[in-house]
Design a protein around this ligand. Structure first.
Ligand code: URP
Ligand code: ZN
Ligand code: ZN
Length: 459
C-alpha cells in the first residue's frame, strides 16, 4: 500500500515548508515538491499542517491504583490518543513490592498485547529495589527495549522508594545505559500534611492541594537532581508543575547534568482555583494544579528549552470512582483524563495564542520524547525512513471539547465546553490511515510495542 500526501505544510521541530510526502508500506520513502509518483491513495493536504504523530510519554492505562483501575483500557486509551493526534504512548508498568520486575511486565503485556490500537511502549516503575531487582535492569534495557525506570519519591506506603534505593537504582541504570524517571515530591511531608488535615476534619478536595505545597515538589526535585549528579545517571522529572521545582533544575543544569523535564498540558492551562468548586475531585491529581505564576514559569521554561516535553499523565477515573473520596480527599483516585486533548489544547492555547512557535510545538509534543526515550528518528519526525506517523491538522478549524463527543472511557471532561482553534483531521500510523473524518480506521490490536534504544545511543 502506498500513500501520497500532497501539498501539505510540513512542520518538524526544525522545518516549515510545503511539499509532498510519499509513503510505501509503514515508512516515508520520499519527500519533495510535486513528486511524480503513482500511489494507491492520494490525500490533498493543501492549507493543512502536516506534522509528526504526537508522542505522549506519560499515560496510565488500565492501571491498578488507589483501590481501583484507571478507566481507559489499552484499546480505548490508545484509540482516543489517535483521535487527538497522538500515535505513540509510553505507559508505566508498576512492580508489586516483593515481586520481580518481570512478573509486572508479564501482567502489563497481558493487558496491552493484541488490544492497543496505537503504538505503545513501557517505562518500568521500580517500587522495590533490591539485589534481585538489580539483576533485572540489564535484561530490561538490552532484551526488552525498556530503557527508562520510573521512581516515586511520594505515595508513602504504596509506591514510594527511599533515597538509599534511589541511589542504588541510579548506579545500576547508569551502568547499563538507561534513564531514571521520577515523580519528585516529598512523600513524608505530604503524608504528614494529609494526616494533619484529616485529623482537623479538613476533607474537601481543596485539602489535596494544600497537602502538597510547592515546597514539597521543589525539595524533592532538588534532592533527585543532586542524587543524579552524584551518580552521573541521566534523569527525567515527570509532571513538573511549579517555579520552585523548575528553579531546582535550572541550578542543576549549571553542573552540565543530563536532566530532562516534562510538564503536562493541564499545568500550563488550568489552575488550583478549580479545587474550590463542588466538582473539584475532577482535578485531583498529584502533583496538584498550581498557580498562574507557575503557568508563566512553565511556558517560559518551554521557550528556554528547560522544559522538554508536554505530556498528559493521563490517568482517567469515572465520576463514580472519584466519589470513592467524596468524604475524604485522600481517597479520591488521583488522575485526570487528557490523552485525546493534549495536541489540540497545546496548539490552541500555545501556538494559536502566540506562546510557542509551530516548531516548538512539534518539539515538545513529539520530537523530544522520541529522542529522550530512544525512538528517534523512527518516531518523532517527518523524514525519509521514519515511520509514517503523521497528523494532518487544520490550524483554523474551531471546535468544542465535551465528554459527549470525546472517545476516552470517562464520563466527564476536565475541559467541558472549551472552544479550541485547530483540529486534527487525518492521522496516519505506520503508513495506515488510522483516523479520518472523525472515524477510526484501524482495529484493536493494530498498535505495536516499540522497543527503545539505550539513552546513551541517542542523546
Ligand atoms: O495523579 C496522578 N498523577 N496519577 C497518576 C499517578 C502519578 O503519580 O503519575
Ligand atoms: Zn506521578
Ligand atoms: Zn503519572
Amino acid at each position: 500500500m502506498s500513500i501520497l500526501i500532497k501539498n501539505g505544510n510540513i512542520i518538524t521541530a526544525t522545518d516549515n515548508y510545503v511539499a509532498d510526502i510519499f509513503i510505501e508500506g509503514e515508512t516515508i520513502s520520499a519527500i519533495g515538491k510535486n513528486l511524480s509518483v503513482k500511489a494507491d491513495k492520494e490525500i490533498d493536504a493543501t492549507g493543512k499542517l502536516v506534522m509528526p504523530g504526537g508522542i505522549d510519554p506519560h499515560v496510565h492505562l488500565d492501571m491498578p491504583f488507589m483501590g481501583t483501575f484507571s478507566s481507559d483500557s489499552y484499546e480505548t486509551g490508545t484509540r482516543a490518543a489517535l483521535y487527538g493526534g497522538t500515535t505513540t504512548v509510553i505507559d508505566f508498568i508498576l512492580q508489586t513490592q516483593g515481586k520481580s520486575l518481570q512478573s509486572a511486565l508479564d501482567d502489563w503485556n497481558g493487558r496491552a498485547n493484541g488490544t492497543a490500537v496505537g503504538d505503545y511502549s513501557f517505562h518500568m516503575a521500580v517500587t522495590d529495589f533490591n539485589d534481585e531487582t538489580k539483576k533485572e535492569i540489564k535484561t530490561f534495557i538490552e532484551q526488552h527495549g525498556i530503557t527508562s525506570f520510573k521512581t516515586f519519591m511520594a505515595y508513602k506506603g504504596a509506591l514510594m522508594i527511599d533515597d538509599r534505593q534511589m541511589i542504588g537504582l541510579m548506579e545500576e541504570v547508569k551502568k547499563n545505559g538507561g534513564l531514571i524517571n521520577v515523580h519528585a515530591t516529598n512523600g513524608d511531608m505530604i503524608d504528614y500534611l494529609v494526616q494533619k488535615h484529616r485529623s482537623e476534619g479538613k476533607l474537601s478536595p481543596l485539602y489535596h492541594y494544600l497537602s502538597q505545597p510547592e515546597i514539597t515538589e521543589a525539595e524533592a526535585s532538588e534532592r533527585f537532581v543532586d542524587m543524579a549528579s552524584y551518580t552521573g545517571c541521566p534523569g527525567y522529572i515527570v509532571h513538573l508543575t511549579c517555579e520552585g521545582a523548575l528553579n531546582a533544575v535550572r541550578n542543576a543544569t549549571k553542573r552540565n547534568q543530563k536532566m530532562f523535564v516534562e510538564t503536562c498540558i493541564q499545568y500550563l492551562i488550568i489552575d488550583a482555583s478549580l479545587y474550590e468548586q463542588e466538582d473539584g475531585a475532577k482535578w485531583v491529581m498529584s502533583p496538584p494544579l498550581r498557580e498562574k505564576k507557575d503557568q508563566a514559569t512553565l511556558w517560559a521554561g518551554i521557550n528556554q528549552g528547560i522544559v522538554n516535553v508536554v505530556a498528559t499523565d493521563h490517568c482517567p477515573f469515572m465520576w463514580e470512582q472519584k466519589l470513592m473520596g467524596k468524604d475524604d480527599f485522600s481517597k479520591i483516585p488521583n488522575g485526570h483524563p487528557a490523552i485525546e486533548n493534549r495536541m489540540e489544547l497545546l496548539f490552541s492555547e500555545g501556538v494559536a495564542k502566540g506562546k510557542i512557535t509551530l516548531n516548538k510545538y512539534v518539539e515538545v509534543a513529539s520530537t523530544n520524547a522520541a529522542k529522550i526515550f530512544g525512538m528517534f528518528p523512527r518516531k518523532g519526525t517527518i523524514a525519509i525512513g521514519s515511520d509514517a506517523d503523521i497528523v494532518i491538522f487544520d490550524p483554523k478549524e474551531k471546535h468544542t471539547l465535551s465528554a459527549k463527543t470525546h472517545h476516552m472511557n470517562v464520563d466527564y471532561s476536565g475541559y467541558e465546553g472549551w472552544e479550541l482553534t485547530g483540529k486534527v483531521k487525518t492521522v496516519l500510523l505506520r503508513g495506515q490511515v488510522a483516523i479520518d473524518n472523525n472515524d477510526c480506521k484501524v482495529p484493536k490490536g493494530y498498535g505495536q510495542f516499540i522497543k527503545r534504544n539505550k539513552v546513551s545511543q541517542i542523546i
